[in-house]
Design a protein around this ligand. Structure first.
Ligand code: AMP
Ligand code: MN
Length: 191
């Protein structure tokens, strides 16, 4: 199960490939865990029906919609919340040749903390809650004193497709977690 990066324009010209769009929603947060540890950002992933973590989203039919319209529709089905996506929210995409014939598109969108909380509250009302989607989770971005708790432990979970790399790449490129801290988290999660 391997994928490689591809440009968005090239991916759209492919014949016989399905397209899936997923999004990382995030917000700046001043909240502190135990009134001490700044959480800095709230970053959303979700537990899926298959027991793996992934991002909200799903298959988009390019005959009916643009990728961004399709993502909006998938999120409104899964989260019962309407969010618009711009082409500039597209971070990158990957092609999966064998056995899937699939392109996975990854978007990131910054919300206010109030909006993100509204997404969390709406998600439990969504028609797929408890079925396809088993609940949103926030990603702990901090490091506890044992060097394992927080982000390193979170990265030990099982993730669908390339969702784990999508998370790590987005945290890096959006400047949410510093590169050396990400390296530390990846190293300690592989032990
Ligand atoms: P879904 O409808 O959300 O299950 O997504 C459609 C397809 O995309 C499925 O075949 C998944 O295996 C795949 N997929 C789901 N989430 C991700 C992800 N974050 N990264 C890569 N592939 C994914
Ligand atoms: Mn989905």
């Amino acid at each position: 199960m391997n994928c490689r990066p591809i440009s968005k324009p090239e991916s759209i010209t492919l014949q016989g490939f399905k397209h899936a769009c997923h999004a990382m929603l995030y917000a700046r947060s001043e909240e502190k865990l135990f009134r001490r540890i700044p959480i800095r950002y709230a970053v959303l992933m979700q537990m899926r029906f298959d027991g793996q973590l992934g991002f909200p989203g799903g298959f988009v039919d390019l005959c009916d919609h643009t990728l961004e319209e399709g993502l909006k529709r998938e999120l409104s089905e899964e989260l019962d919340y309407t969010l618009d996506f711009a082409e500039s929210d597209h971070m990158y995409c990957h092609i999966w040749e064998e056995p899937f014939h699939l392109v996975t598109h990854f978007y990131t969108k910054r919300l206010t903390l109030a909006e993100l909380r509204a997404v969390e509250a709406a998600a439990v009302q969504g028609k797929e809650f408890g079925l396809e989607t088993m609940g949103l989770v926030r990603v702990p971005l901090f490091f506890l004193h044992d060097g394992k708790g927080g982000l390193p432990s979170f990265l030990c979970n099982n993730f669908i497709g390339n969702a784990r790399s999508q998370l790590v790449d987005a945290l890096k490129s959006l400047g949410i977690v510093k590169e050396e801290q990400l390296k530390r988290a990846l190293k300690s999660s592989s032990r």
